[in-house]
Structure formats: C-alpha cells, structure tokens
Write a new protein. Structure first.
Length: 199
C-alpha cells in the first residue's frame, strides 16, 4: 500500500475528517457537515471520499461528474480535499477503505464524519461495528433525523462510548447546530442543478 499518495498533507498527529459517500449530487448539506466538523472538532482537513459505487444505492451519475460537482461545491477552501481514493485503492466498502488508510497513514488521526440522516441506516453498512471500533465517529445533526442519535442501532450498541469530545475509538460525538435542509434525494427529484453543480 506504500504506493498510495495522500490527497493532501499528512503528518504525525494531524487530525483529518473523512466524509464518504456517493455525492450524487454533492450539495450544501455535505458542505455543512464538513464545515461544522472543521470548526467544532479542530480538524486540519476534511477529505471527501467520493465512492465509485455505493453498495446501498444504484445508478449514480458517472464518477468524474460527481467529483467535478463536489470540487465545484468545495471551491477554493484549502481545508477540503475531494478525492477518489476508493477508486485508487480498489475498495468497495467503507470498512476496507478505512483499514487501508489506517495502514498507509498510521500517523494520522482520522475521524469518520456523517450526517444524522446516514446514522439511521448505518447498521446496514458492511461490518459497521468495525468502523466504530477503528476510528472516532462524529455525527452532525441534519433536519428530519435529529432523533437518530437516540434510536440508531450504532448509538444503542456503543452507548457507553458517546461523549462531548472525541477520544480514541470507539468514540461517538454528536454535533448540534444550524441544520441545513438540503438533501441529494430532494435535488435529484427536482432535476435541477444547485450551487454551481453541473447539469
């Protein structure tokens, strides 16, 4: 795995958030999750891991198009880095991607980021409990799913690991704040581009 080059700076003790998904399309809700995590968790960077194919979703737009949309949304913010690392690694499932990154960059303190809307179906992810055991998880509350931290299976199983600050895994933190109501599902239903995204 030594051939894998990092998409951005890495250093001993550097804290980097990982925001994964199909980003079909990328939208302000994703950016809100990344910005909230950067501010509240003292992250140096957020890597947006645009997946070639989400196993739980079908018929995404072509990867290059989704990468372009995410990069347009991120703009010139140097703290946000859009990458197709999963294509480079050849991994399909998040748990395999995270294990590969942990092996390649053991000096980095990675944090998994997700909106509370994803938390509700997190237990459907392949070997999801291994993800929680592997690295700290930060959940940013989103509209329509603010109760997810109370009822999600992950929160129930790892209830003793929830806290106000990130610790060594397993560690779960829920971040509240202004809630962005945009969702990829709603954007696809409208069929219109938003915030500079491509047609």
């Amino acid at each position: 795995m030594n051939w894998l080059r990092p998409p951005g700076p890495v250093a001993n003790g550097l804290r980097i958030g990982l925001l994964g998904g199909s980003f079909n399309p990328a939208h302000e809700g994703h950016r809100y999750v990344a910005e909230t995590a950067l501010q509240r968790l003292d992250l140096a960077y957020v890597w947006w891991l645009v997946s070639p194919q989400n196993p739980l979703k079908s018929d995404p737009a072509p990867l290059e198009r989704r990468l372009a949309m995410a990069r347009a949304l991120v703009g010139r913010d140097p703290r946000m880095i859009v990458t197709d690392l999963e294509r480079t690694l050849g991994t399909r499932y998040t748990v395999d991607t995270l294990k590969a990154l942990h092996r390649r960059f053991p000096e980095v303190r990675f944090v998994w980021l997700m909106g509370s809307d994803n938390l509700e179906q997190f237990h459907r992810w392949r070997r999801w409990a291994e993800i929680v055991a592997l690295l700290p998880v930060a959940v940013i509350e989103r509209p329509g799913s603010i109760l997810a931290p109370l009822r999600a299976k992950a929160m129930q199983r790892f209830a003793g690991c929830r806290g106000q600050t990130l610790r060594r895994a397993p560690s779960l933190v829920v971040l509240d704040g202004r809630r962005n109501e945009v969702s990829a599902t709603a954007i696809r239903a409208l069929g219109t581009p938003k915030h500079g995204m491509l047609d």
